[in-house]
Design a protein around this ligand. Structure first.
Ligand SMILES: [Mg+2]
Length: 193
């Protein structure tokens, strides 16, 4: 039965602890030491000072070796999403390109993360994929650039705290420091419901 409220959830840096995986691999390839700060550019090619072609080769190689399958899940994510799924229709919306659908869905299944729908935006704003969900109440994200239209639509954003979003504030956005915070917001107080 379709639930009467919905929540949208990002993958990288929200469900999947992807950034440390990419940093480790890029450090090995480039031989560069790397410490992320709030000044570090979000895109890896800018952060590591490598050109776009080299970066595309990195992504292709990572995909061919099924690297997406082995990315760890963020602590507490599986338990919290299972509980949320009891009440909410869950739409997973990733900025990853569509070509990663098979590996991404397999990753979700392997990690027992429940969802009702999944969309890939290829770096476009996520609102366009969610226009059919009138009941969308929340979106969990780490990168504000992908959700500006959702904020305008009045969807309440839970923003996972990272160096790359330190300068972002908005009245519709609540900063969270991991899934423990999400769990508390939904299940230990009345604030989120
Ligand atoms: Mg993300």
């Amino acid at each position: 039965m379709r639930k009467n409220k919905a929540i949208g959830i990002d993958i990288d840096a929200v469900l999947a602890d992807s950034d440390p995986v990419f940093i480790k691999e890029l450090q090995q390839i480039t031989g560069k030491e790397f410490i992320r700060t709030k000044e570090t550019p979000f895109k890896y090619e800018d952060a590591f000072g490598i050109d776009e072609d080299t970066m595309n080769i990195f992504w292709d190689t990572f995909t061919r070796k099924n690297g997406w399958i082995d990315i760890p899940v963020l602590s507490g994510a599986v338990e919290a999403v299972k509980l949320l799924h009891e009440e909410y229709h869950i739409a997973i919306v990733s900025a990853r390109p569509q070509v990663l659908e098979t590996q991404t869905v397999k990753w979700l299944e392997l990690n027992n993360i429940p969802f009702d729908e999944i969309f890939f935006t290829d770096f476009e704003d996520k609102a366009q994929k969610l226009s059919h969900l009138d009941e969308l109440e929340y979106f969990l994200e780490d990168n504000p650039i992908f959700i500006m239209d959702l904020i305008k639509r009045g969807v309440h954003i839970l923003l996972f705290d990272y160096p790359w979003n330190q300068n972002f504030t908005d009245p519709g956005v609540t900063r969270v420091f991991g899934w423990e915070d999400v769990y508390k917001l939904f299940f230990k107080s009345n604030r989120a419901r």
